[in-house]
Design a protein around this ligand. Structure first.
Ligand SMILES: NC(=O)c1ccc[n+]([C@@H]2O[C@H](COP(=O)([O-])OP(=O)(O)OC[C@H]3O[C@@H](n4cnc5c(N)ncnc54)[C@H](OP(=O)(O)O)[C@@H]3O)[C@@H](O)[C@H]2O)c1
Length: 294
């Protein structure tokens, strides 16, 4: 459904949760560039949202009382899954409060496609299930690991820039790293164009790379050697606890079993443009790779 704005022009209203995040930011930026699309940028701290053309709105998973204001009159919502145990209930409640014809695009991940009803293996499928059962037109995105983990200080940016190493428990497995901007490009189509309802998209970058090969590409991009250090899964999850630890353990087990190696052509099929390679991503983000702010 489209709405008339104050000047009588038809608009499509889209709520982007996690608008400051890796996919939310490029998604909001490309949506506002579209004619007739009004973007609400959801953040737990909306005063920090400064994206040209985007209307900041308060959206926190911890404050359900604020959701109605964020979802009032929307036509589509981009749901960045909160990685916490109660995500199935939270996502279900959020979607249930949207207008009945709202297009719902869920950012899930590869784990959503693994069968499992036990904890934590059944968690990602449960979040997907509530969206599929919501009665709204839905699209589910299942990307692999984001290339942005190499530039994000919460992941590997410091180790790459400062220690020259990439500590990652891959065994001999490869990963088809994907640029989060390519996920955003798919989400953009699913939110405002027809033909994506009821689809579950497996998303990957254009090639599957071993960790030693990934480290070689990082070395070339940062201008000093970066060595892959293979960790045990226990080492990789050290310092985390509870749900986060269980989920990380499961994810790394699936990495080691090759669950993140598959290359798909979905990004190109949906957007008409091939996904970016890791080499492209690294050359476009060379500065961020070299400076970690430490
Ligand atoms: N990183 C990967 O490689 C990868 C791969 C596949 C799937 N995924 C999935 O993608 C999703 C996003 O992960 P990410 O690491 O890329 O994070 P991200 O989108 O870069 O950042 C998370 C977002 O969550 C928002 N947020 C934090 N606390 C919040 C709260 N209480 N209520 C509402 N929003 C809150 C943050 O915005 P504010 O601080 O502005 O609220 C931020 O924009 C996760 O479900 C993850 O499992 C990630």
């Amino acid at each position: 459904m489209r709405h008339a704005n104050s000047t009588g022009t038809d608009v499509t209203r889209v709520l982007v949760t996690g608008v400051r995040g890796k996919t939310g930011l490029p998604l909001a930026t490309s949506l506002v560039a579209r004619q007739g699309v009004e973007v609400r940028g959801g953040s737990s701290d909306p005063s920090t949202v400064d994206i040209a053309g985007v209307h900041p709105v308060a959206f926190s998973w911890d404050e359900p009382a604020g959701w109605a204001a964020a979802t009032d009159g929307i036509d589509a919502v981009y749901v960045v899954r909160p990685d916490r145990a109660d995500a199935p209930e939270l996502v279900g409640a959020l979607v249930a409060g949207t207008p009945p014809s709202t297009r719902v695009v869920l950012l899930s991940d590869k784990d959503g496609g693994h069968p499992g009803s036990d904890y934590p293996a059944g968690w990602a499928p449960s979040v997907e299930r509530v969206v599929r059962g919501s009665g709204r037109p839905w699209t589910i995105l299942r990307p692999g690991w984001f290339m942005q983990v190499f530039t994000d200080p919460r992941f590997y940016a410091h180790q790459i820039a400062d220690a020259g190493e990439l500590p990652f428990p891959s065994g001999d497995a490869a990963l088809a790293w994907i640029d989060a901007c390519d996920i955003a490009a798919v989400a953009e189509r699913a939110l405002v164009e027809d033909g994506h309802a009821g689809r579950t998209y497996q998303l990957s970058g254009p090639e599957s790379l071993s960790l030693p090969r990934t480290a070689e590409l990082l070395s070339a991009a940062v201008g000093h050697p970066v060595i892959h250090r293979d960790l045990t899964i226990d080492e990789a999850v050290a310092g985390t606890e509870g749900f986060e630890r269980d989920l990380n353990r499961l994810t790394f087990e699936r990495v080691r079993a090759g669950g993140f190696a598959e290359v798909t052509d979905t990004v190109a099929q949906v957007t008409g443009t091939a996904p970016k390679s890791l080499r492209d991503f690294l050359s476009a983000n060379a500065q961020a790779l070299r400076r970690t702010g430490r």
